[in-house]
Design a protein around this ligand. Structure first.
Ligand code: HEC
Ligand code: HEC
Length: 201
C-alpha cells in the first residue's frame, strides 16, 4: 500500500517536471518577491493608488502587457516608467513563466467599502449597452488577451478607461478604443465603481 503510494507520487512529480522547469519557476517566484511584490502586493492585490491588482489575470493578457511595457509601448502615466524599468528584467523566455505565475495568484476580492446601489446599477446598464462582458466574460474574470476586471482598483479602472478614451493607451488591438468611445466622465466612474465591487458582497 505504502509503496504503491510512493510510486504514484513519484509519477505525478515526474509528470509535473515534464511541463515546467522547477528551477525557472523558483527563480520567477523569487524575483516576484524581490522586484514586483513591493508595488503589486505579495499575492498581486495592490494596496497602492494607481497600481493595478494583477492576481489571476489571464496568461496571454499578462504576457502581452509585459511585452508592451518592456518595449516602451505602454507609457503615459507617472508610474508607467517604473513599470517599464521592472519589465526590462523580463526576457522573452521569462514572459510566459511570469504570466503563468501571475495567473495562479488568487484574483482580488471585490473592493471593500460601501457600494452605491444607484451607481452600481448604472454601471451595469452601460456595460450591457457596450457589451463589455462579451469580451471580458459575464463574471468579468477575463480570458486570453482580455483583462480580468472584477475586483480591480477603482482608481486604476477610471484611469485606464480615460486613457483608452483619449487614445493614450495603445493596446495590441483597437477593441477598447471603440468600447469606450463617447462615454462621459460620470459613465466611466460608474463603470469603474461597478467593476471594482463585482461581484457585489
Ligand atoms: C514601481 C512599482 C512597480 C513595480 C516594481 C512593478 N510594477 Fe507592474 N505595474 C505598476 C504600475 C503603476 C502599473 C500600471 C502602469 C500604467 O498603467 O501605466 C503596472 C502594470 C503591470 C501590469 C499590467 C497590468 C494591467 O492590468 O494592465 C503587469 C502584468 C505588471 N505590472 C507586472 C509586473 C511584474 C511581473 C513586475 C516585476 C517584474 C512588476 N509589475 C513590477 C507598478 C509596478
Ligand atoms: C471587443 C472586445 C472588448 C470589449 C467589447 C471590451 N473590451 Fe476591455 N479590453 C479588451 C482587450 C483586448 C483588452 C486589452 C487591451 C490592451 O492591450 O490594452 C481590454 C482591456 C480593458 C481594460 C484594461 C484592464 C487592465 O487591467 O489594464 C479595461 C479597464 C477594460 N478593458 C474595460 C472594459 C469595459 C468597461 C468595457 C465595456 C465598456 C470593455 N472593456 C469592452 C477587449 C474588449
Amino acid at each position: 500500500m505504502h509503496r504503491r503510494f510512493v510510486r504514484r507520487c513519484a509519477a505525478v512529480i515526474l509528470a509535473a517536471l515534464a511541463v515546467a522547469s522547477p528551477v525557472q519557476a523558483d527563480d520567477i517566484a523569487a524575483r516576484w518577491q524581490e522586484v514586483c511584490s513591493s508595488c503589486h502586493g505579495p499575492v498581486g492585490h495592490s494596496e497602492q493608488p494607481e497600481v493595478p491588482s494583477i492576481g489571476g489575470q489571464p496568461v496571454l493578457f499578462t504576457a502581452i502587457q509585459l511585452f508592451l511595457f518592456r518595449e516602451g509601448r505602454r507609457t503615459g502615466t507617472p508610474l508607467s516608467d517604473a513599470m517599464t524599468e521592472a519589465a526590462r528584467q523580463v526576457s522573452d523566455s521569462d514572459l510566459r513563466a511570469f504570466a503563468e505565475f501571475i495567473a495562479k495568484l488568487p484574483p482580488p476580492p471585490p473592493a471593500e467599502g460601501p457600494v452605491d446601489e444607484v451607481r452600481f446599477r448604472r454601471g451595469m446598464g452601460i456595460a450591457a449597452e457596450r457589451r463589455c462582458a462579451v469580451c471580458h466574460n459575464p463574471d468579468y474574470s477575463g480570458r486570453e488577451q482580455m483583462a480580468r476586471l472584477a475586483g480591480q482598483r477603482e482608481d486604476y479602472l477610471v484611469r485606464s478607461l480615460s486613457q483608452y478614451r483619449a487614445g493614450r493607451r495603445v493596446g495590441a488591438q483597437a477593441a477598447m478604443l471603440e468600447a469606450v468611445a463617447g462615454l462621459n466622465d460620470e459613465q466611466i466612474a460608474d463603470l469603474a465603481h461597478m467593476l471594482a465591487h463585482w461581484p457585489k458582497r
